[in-house]
Design a protein around this ligand. Structure first.
Ligand code: PLP
Length: 398
């Protein structure tokens, strides 16, 4: 099977597995314990914090380890908004991940915040001038993702961060999809807070981190023993912290090579699919997109059916129309980009990893072209006269 769903999750890297194995078995310990095992665990946690801080170019004290990207986003959005004294207005975009959007809706619903959700253009990009214009004296937070998970669009985070800085508004970015592909040095980006998830980078699911500039007030979400300097109570997941920090450091070190090589494979794949499937649309921009990201709509062809046909041909990818809890709602990202509902429901996403090979992508392009043709052929047979009767088993023809 060729796995082209790296944006959903990635396998744990063997280096990471080797690194954390002792922490889960022979070298286990609670960092709060005073004995040998506790001090060992505390040292491993320090190592993780320093490693992550070096990868991001920040101070170790600016790192809060979390259970993943969702918790990091929740902590940033709720924690910064609820702690900041400026007012009750937050600026964000219509294409954020649900971890951000639902945190914002919670602030609106339960704490009376006013939200400005910026629209996007046809490529899914926020206009930085519109973001700057949306900031008001009572804006308490601005949060714009670094790169979109559904269409791979890169957002102008440095420009928006600059506008926020000049007005003293804290700026958070969700870098869950960007890390490993794009620079994540927080000072160069000018961000005050940034979310990272372990399982997109070769660490296990269930670990992540939030960079948050130490001087910023942050209301914790979890109360308890005061771990993570009071910002995130709960016995630390030492192995998880070491895993996400080491995976991040490896990804940052390998990023330039990985991005260059993978973007070349992706571009060729996009050309082949657009050339081989009549009417296929690339969703998101041709250039300012994640190096490993290719997403399409095949108008008139059910996305879920294409997914199954592609899988039958040995390729695993995902439906672009992220169906919320099994509903048939088309993707909010695609509709925000101006696609009609029917077209948005035909979306399919292919996400490459740094280990994807040219042979994988050659096979995948062929599989997609054949799969769409097979689904279209089936659909036209189903809609031919008499087909409706054949599709209702057990009922006599009327
Ligand atoms: N943010 C983005 C952009 C994502 O793509 C994801 C997961 O796919 C998340 C946040 C949530 O991360 P996690 O799965 O670690 O909770």
């Amino acid at each position: 099977m060729i796995y082209l769903d790296a944006a959903a999750t990635a396998p744990v890297r063997t280096e990471i597995l080797e690194l954390i194995k002792p922490l889960l078995t022979t070298e286990f310990g609670n960092p709060s314990s005073r004995h040998l095992r506790g001090t060992g665990a505390a040292a491993a946690l320090d190592y993780a914090r320093t490693t992550a801080a070096t990868a991001l170019g920040c101070r170790p004290g600016d790192i809060v380890f979390t259970s993943g990207g969702t918790e990091a986003d929740n902590l940033a959005v709720k924690g910064l908004a609820l702690a900041a004294p400026r007012g009750r207005h937050v600026v964000s975009s219509q294409v954020e991940h649900p971890a951000v959007l639902e945190s914002l809706r919670y602030l609106e619903r339960s704490h009376g915040f006013r939200l400005t959700l910026l629209p996007v253009d046809g490529d899914g990009r926020v206009d930085p001038a519109a973001a700057a214009a949306a900031l008001t004296p009572d804006t308490t937070l601005c949060t714009i993702m670094y790169a979109n998970n559904e269409v791979g669009t890169l957002q102008p985070v440095t420009e928006v961060a600059g506008a926020c800085r000049s007005l003293g508004v804290p700026f958070h970015t969700d870098a869950v999809q960007a890390a490993g592909w794009l620079p994540v040095q927080v000072r160069d980006l000018g961000v005050d807070a940034m979310s990272i998830s372990g399982h997109k980078l070769g660490a296990p699911a269930g670990c992540g981190l939030l960079y948050v500039r130490g001087a910023l007030p942050l209301e914790p979400l979890l109360h308890g023993g005061g771990q993570e300097r009071g910002k995130r109570s709960g016995t630390e997941n030492v192995a998880g912290a070491v895993a996400v920090a080491a995976a991040l450091a490896l990804a940052v070190a390998e990023q330039d090579d990985a991005a260059r090589r993978t973007a070349g494979l992706r571009d060729r794949f996009i050309r082949e699919v657009l050339g081989g499937v009549p009417g296929a649309l690339l969703t998101g921009p041709a250039v300012q997109r994640l190096p490993g990201h290719a997403s399409f709509c095949f108008p008139g062809t059910a996305g879920e059916a294409v997914l199954l046909e592609v899988e039958r041909r040995g390729v695993l990818c995902s439906s672009g129309s992220a169906c919320a809890a099994g509903s048939d709602e088309p993707s909010a990202v695609l509709t925000a980009m101006g696609l009609d509902r029917e077209t948005a429901q035909t979306a399919v996403r292919f996400t490459l990893s740094p280990h994807t090979t040219p042979a994988d992508m050659e096979h995948a392009a062929r599989a997609v072209i054949d799969a769409v043709a097979a689904v279209q052929g089936q659909q036209s047979r189903d809609s031919s006269p008499g087909a409706g009767r054949r599709r209702v088993p057990g009922r006599p023809p009327s």
